[in-house]
Design a binder for this molecule. Structure first.
Ligand SMILES: [Zn+2]
Ligand SMILES: [Zn+2]
Length: 310
């Protein structure tokens, strides 16, 4: 008994010491990183001091735009050339867009650019004045990383609610026919198609759900830049058509493009509550979706050809 207590006691002591030193280490890295970001931001701030419009456009439009086109540029090389060859083994809907029709792709790129320049960009004007009213967006002091994480969670929640309901709204027969059908032309989507949509849909479902969070929270421009970039890259992943290891699963939204009346949301919480994911939950896609880290190429993981026949 004594020996057991002694072993347990020593174990507990070592464990506590280990936790303390690890958390101290993490805290150090945290502070150093925070210091680095704060200094970098101040350099940038003094470079553009007083030019709030320039800072706003760089943070809310240019940085997210570069993130979107940088990420999709890589995906498009794979879509058009089928190279690197290993990537096609991770394709969700086998045989689709293999390779992608370049004429269709050019049309998609044209629509996406129009949406970005003639809709997203003008929407920055009212957003700028809302952010100015809050008075925090161009502050010299960056938000703490903890606060940024809180904001990110709130942004994600707001996006889920607004995207889910506006998306279901544009699925009403009349609106679908005139508005949302365009986005669904791609039954096997690719990354860039994430904002291939009718202008009304681009305002309602693509831009507003992402813009509302920062406007409610009066966020800093650096948080806005990070959130917009993250939102654009994650929606591109949801549409990319490849279930790649180390990236979030795109099976959920890919299934929406495949079945039309399933999986309307982003996170899947509201689909679960409204029962709009019941068919998805019985599918092979759902089995693959639940595997957090799919190291095995899809073509080997589930012996099913073609996978579309679910
Ligand atoms: Zn979509
Ligand atoms: Zn839809």
């Amino acid at each position: 008994m004594k020996i057991t207590a002694c072993v347990l006691g020593t174990g507990l002591l070592i464990f506590t010491a280990l936790v303390n030193s690890v958390s101290g280490y993490v805290q150090n890295i945290w502070e150093t990183l925070g210091h680095f970001w704060q200094t970098s931001w101040l350099k940038f701030y003094y470079l553009f001091e007083g030019k709030e419009w320039t800072i706003f456009l760089l943070g809310a439009a240019l940085v997210p735009g570069l993130a979107f086109w940088g990420f999709n540029g890589i995906l498009m090389v794979a879509d058009v050339t089928g190279k690197p060859t290993f990537i096609t083994r991770y394709r969700i809907q086998l045989g689709k867009n293999d390779p992608v029709d370049t004429k269709k792709l050019r049309q998609a790129i044209y629509t996406v650019l129009c949406n970005q320049f003639f809709i997203s960009l003008p929407m920055m004007v009212p957003m700028f004045y809302v952010m100015k009213w809050w008075g925090n967006t161009f502050s010299k002091e960056l938000p703490t990383f903890h606060w940024f994480l809180v904001e990110l969670s709130i942004f994600t929640l707001i996006e889920e609610i607004l995207f889910y309901y506006t998306h279901r709204f544009v699925h009403l027969p009349l609106l679908y026919k005139h508005i949302h059908k365009k986005h669904h032309e791609w039954t096997a989507p690719i990354g860039v198609v994430s904002i291939y949509a009718h202008p009304v849909e681009h305002i309602l479902s693509n831009t507003l759900p992402v813009m509302t969070g920062p406007m409610i929270m009066g966020s800093h421009i650096v948080s806005i830049a990070a959130w917009f970039s993250l939102a654009l890259v994650t929606t591109s992943i949801s549409h990319c058509g490849y279930h790649l290891p180390f990236l979030p699963s795109p099976e959920f939204h890919d299934f929406h493009h495949f079945k039309f009346n399933q999986c309307y949301g982003v996170l899947g919480v509201l689909d679960y509550l409204h029962g709009t994911d019941t068919v998805f939950r019985q599918s092979k896609a759902y089995q693959r979706h639940r595997v957090l880290l799919s190291l095995t190429p899809l073509s080997e993981s589930i012996p099913e050809a073609p996978r579309r026949a679910e």
